[in-house]
Each structure stands twice: as C-alpha cells, then as structure tokens.
Design a protein around this ligand. Structure first.
Ligand code: C2O
Length: 588
C-alpha cells in the first residue's frame, strides 16, 4: 500500500470508535491534580457541578456546548456562559496595532478604505469552477516557478493603496493578529491566533491571496505552492525562495538556514544540526504524535474555543505551536525578529504563504483522518465570520462553515507521501540507542516531588510528580475520554518570544533518572500583539498523552514525572496536572 493512500483514507481505529452507551454528560470528574491555582482557566469541581445543573435545565445550549468544547474551561474563565459567534469588527474603528518586539510598540496595520467599502456575504465557488491543485514547493519546475514569480511581481507592482497590493495583503495579517480592531462592542482585541479560529482564518486568507494572484495573471487554475516541511526532502527552505533576483526572495530570513534542515526543536540557538537523519526522524516522530494525540479532541489540534465578547485566552492547538517553530526558524535569530519571525510582519515574506499552505494541508489531512467529521459543531465556531477583499475587489464576509474543506473552495493538495505515518520503529531505535549510550547515568536517580501551590518561574528545568486520574483504562474508556496533561497559567514575562518543552516519563517510586522521557509537546510563542493591551491573559497548554503512555508502557502508573524544559524567554508557570476529558462522539 502506498503511503499516499493514507491521504485519502480516514483512519479507522479504536481511538475514534464511538461508544453507543456513553451518555452526553460533561467532562469527566477530574481527580487529583497537582495544583489548581486561582489563576487557572478551568472549571473547578464546584463550578463543574454548577454547569452540570445548568446543562440539564437548558440542555440544548449549555450541555451541548460543554460536550462540543471537549475541553472545559470556558465558563470558568468568563464567569458566565454567554458567547456568540465572532462578527467582523466596526470597520470604521481601526486603531494602532501593537508589536511586543519593536520600539515603539505601536504599529500601523489598518487596511485601506475598510470603513467606506460595502460588505457582502461570501458565496463559495461553484462546483463547476476549475479545481486549483497546490503542489509541493520543492518540486516546482521552471515553468511553475516562472508563473508564480510573474503573479507575485504583478502584485508587488500594484499601487501602494490598492487592496490587492502585496504589502496591503501582508498587512491584513497584522490587522488580525496585532489588534488593529476591537471585537465588536467590546474593548477586547480582535485576535484570530491561539484559538479555534487559527486554521479557518488562515485558510481564507491564503485562499483569497491565491485567487487574486490567479486573477492578476488571468489564470483561474493558478494554485500556490506549499512548503512540504513534513517530509524529509521538504524540511529545507524551498530553493525557489532563495534566488536573490526572484520576487520570492526576502533578505530578512536567517541566513544560517538557507541550506540547513529545519529542526522542530529549534530555539534560535541550535542551528545547523549535523546529524540530519536524527533530526528528520525526530521531527517526523513529533508529527506522528501530534496527529495521534489529537485525533479524538479537535481542540488539541486546532486550538480552543473563543467567542464574541471574550478576552482572548491564548490556547493554541498543537498544529499552531508547531507552525510557530517554522516562523521562528525562517525569521531572523536576533531582535527585532522580523518578517517570518514576527506576526506583525510575517506575511511580507512570500514564504509565509507556502508555510500556511502546508499548515492548511495539515488541517485537511487531520480532517480526512477523522473521516471529515466536522471539528466543532458549535455554531459559535461555524457562524463566526471574517472579512477579506476578494478577487473582485469586493469586501466579503466569510463564515467558518463555508471553508471546512479545501474542495468546497475548489482547491486541493497534490497527494504527497505522509512520511511520519511510518516513522515509529525507526524513531524507537534511535531513542533506544541514545538510552544505551547514557546507561551508566541512569543509575543516578534523584527524588522528585509535586509542583507546589505557587506559580513558578521556569528559569531551570522543573521536574514534578503528577498524579493520574485513572490507571489502566479499558479500550472503551479510552475511546470515551482522553487523558490530557495541562500546563496552565503560562505567563511570558517581558519578552516577545518564548519556548519550553514538556516531557513525560515513568517514576521509580518517587525517583527519576536523568532522561527526561518522551516529548509530549511544546509551548512556542513568537512576537505578537503587545501583552498589556490584551490585559495580560495567561496562556494554557493542553497535550494529549494517551498514545505516549502506551509507548513508554506507563499505562498502569499512578504517577508520572513531567519535565518542563525552558528553551528561551522568561516564563512563569502556575500548575501542572493530568485530567480526563470526555470525547465528543455524537453523530453529526
Ligand atoms: Cu497568522 Cu503563521 O501566522
């Protein structure tokens, strides 16, 4: 069977099976967590009971939302159960945006003439329109490159204030990421990153960019390339972007990376790895983990819910966190992190759109793995809308529900082998060899204790013992609820970028060896809107660990050792715990 077979075949396995006996109650009871600070965004047991009561009284709304959310926390965060779909902001009220990485921190990101333009509802393309097929950037032939360059050159040559102008198009990213608008009728900044809007908003953004380019060269089959960073040959900057004479070139990129492989563990320091095979294998193993650990709970992949009227609580999914690494890696290593390395200017680099082509392709693959079961059936997601200038210079209002598949927007991805789906064995061998090399060290056991009740700065690795709610769960129980490691109250102090990695290993009766264990996931932040204006909301990180526990044969362990390894930035963490979250397995 060819690998690309996976591309079109939904995975059917026990982890996605439905349990007809399961009731549609809310989140399973959480048992001992190491620490629940009062800063936490999660529902305490008391609040949870309360929500359950409300649920029963108003079954259609609240209970359904809780179930659909999968990850609780919303009601705890806002103190009320209000919420509604996101609507476009008041277009006449664009204000200064902010960027944590530059001085002064205020930046100008208002799109031209938004206030005066008339807005209409977006109509998805007709099924009779030609299908635009996006190809991997590293496989572009000279003709493909020439066509792409011609389109970009035309876009760059448009008058500066034309809504299709290359830099105007790039500014849209700043508008929506760095807070150039408030959410309608609130003082909360409009932010489409770090939540369940991340993937749909970028899908539309790239879609219109592609349509406009096609229009500029009079080719309605024109498709953009994707940066295939999930396959060994694609884990480099695609060569066509490195030609200094090309309109695709951007000289702010990290020059050390012109020919080096991308390392998903990159943190500005560890550049140019020499053991390429090991880096590629570890990258692929991470992708494998991302897909396996998130399949049951879309919020883990896509990001958590954000509703109208709410202050954004940064809670990106694993897809977005990994995507941040590629931004970091492609952009400059030093401050100010510019273009790819900073949300404010990211889309000025043409590579941004190839990167987001692949991010979007990851969503498509994820959705196909799930049998195209819609990720969130919550109308607060489906009916949320964004605005863009379309290929007719018309301002259109686009709903999430109209972009759920690439095909519905009449584009698709040329199938490529999914290299990570077969990497497990090779990765295990690599891990075992590394372990063997450090065998002598493994005798040096050190005691490990809980997190404590206070937020802690992550100035050195923190290794804590964390209790699990339940051990040795049956297949059905695992299908019903996902085991999640929660790191909450994450606060990045006075810095625009930050990263820490989270590892899990078995404890030997309260003792632990020098090996951190397996990577469960990472917190990765790149420069974005200046924190003060979003009122300093802490972030949270949720990582599925069910597959990981099977891998390290820790399913019967009562406690696990969790290591938080700081990589860069000043970070404060408030708590670490493990919880079970009910899976939404209702039929559509
Ligand atoms: Cu809007 Cu890659 O970020």
């Amino acid at each position: 069977m060819s690998l690309s077979h996976f591309y079109t075949t939904p995975i059917s396995s026990s982890i996605t099976s439905n349990n007809p006996l399961r009731s549609t109650s809310t989140k399973t009871t959480s048992s001992p967590s190491v620490h629940l600070s009062n800063r936490t965004h999660y529902i305490s047991c008391e609040q949870n009971k309360q929500t359950n009561k409300e649920s029963n009284a108003n079954h259609n709304v609240i209970d359904r939302r809780n179930v659909l959310l999968g990850l609780g926390g919303l009601y705890g965060a806002t103190g009320s159960a209000i919420g509604a779909p996101f609507t476009p902001p008041d277009l006449t009220k664009c204000h200064k945006a902010t960027d944590d990485d530059v001085n002064p921190k205020e930046v100008d990101c208002c799109p031209p003439d938004y206030g005066k333009a008339k807005m209409v509802d977006f109509t998805p393309p007709s099924v009779n329109d030609p299908l635009r097929v996006r190809k991997a950037a590293h496989k572009y032939n000279p003709d493909d490159i020439a066509k792409f360059e011609a389109a970009i050159a035309k876009m760059k040559a448009l008058p500066a204030d034309h809504p299709w102008n290359y830099y105007q198009q790039a500014t849209i990213h700043c508008t929506y990421c760095n807070g150039a608008f408030d959410q309608l009728n609130t003082k909360n900044l409009l932010q489409i990153h770090e939540s369940w809007f991340f993937l749909p908003w970028h899908r539309y953004y790239v879609y219109f960019w592609e349509k406009i380019l096609g229009k500029l060269i009079g080719d309605d089959t024109f498709a953009i390339p994707f940066w295939n960073w999930d396959t060994p040959k694609g884990m480099y900057m695609p060569p066509m972007y490195l030609n200094e004479k090309s309109p695709l070139f951007d000289d702010t990129r990290d020059k050390r990376h012109y020919t080096s492989v991308i390392d998903y563990k990159y943190t500005y320091k560890n550049s140019n790895p020499t053991d390429i095979d090991a880096v590629v294998t570890t990258n692929l193993a991470e992708l494998d983990s991302i897909f396996k650990e998130t399949l049951q709970l879309p919020a883990l992949f896509m990001g958590k819910a954000l509703r109208a009227g709410e202050k954004p609580t940064p809670a990106p999914g694993r897809c977005e966190s990994l995507h941040n690494v590629a931004h970091m890696w492609a952009g400059p290593p030093d401050k100010p992190h510019w273009n790819m390395g900073n949300f404010h200017t990211a889309a000025r680099d043409t590579l941004f759109f190839a990167h987001h082509g692949n991010v979007d392709r990851m969503w498509d693959i994820y959705s196909k793995f799930r049998g195209q079961k819609v990720e969130f059936r919550d109308p607060d997601w489906l009916d949320s809308s964004f605005i863009f200038y379309d290929e007719n210079e018309q301002l259109v209002k686009c709903k999430v529900r109209n972009c759920l598949t690439p095909e519905s927007l009449r584009y698709s991805y040329n199938p490529e082998p999914l290299a990570w789906t077969t990497i497990r064995r090779k990765y295990k061998k690599l891990r075992n060899e590394a372990k063997k090399r450090s065998e002598g060290d493994s005798l040096k056991l050190t005691p490990v204790s809980g997190f404590g009740s206070q937020p802690r700065p992550l100035t050195e690795p923190i290794r804590v013992l964390v209790q699990r709610p339940k051990t040795s769960r049956s297949k059905d129980e695992k299908a019903d609820a996902v085991e999640i490691l929660v790191i909450d109250g994450i606060n990045v102090v006075g810095g625009s970028t930050a990263r820490f990695d989270v590892y899990v290993t078995k404890s030997l009766e309260g003792l632990v060896g020098p090996d951190n264990g397996e990577l469960a996931g990472s917190f990765v932040q790149i420069p974005k809107a200046h924190q003060k204006s979003s009122a300093g909301k802490d972030s949270s990180l949720e990582l599925g660990i069910s597959t990981l526990l099977e891998e390290i044969e820790a399913d019967s362990e009562k406690e696990l050792v969790v290591s938080l390894i700081p990589r860069n930035g000043d970070v404060i963490v408030s708590g670490v715990r493990i919880e079970l979250f009910k899976v939404d397995d209702d039929e559509i």
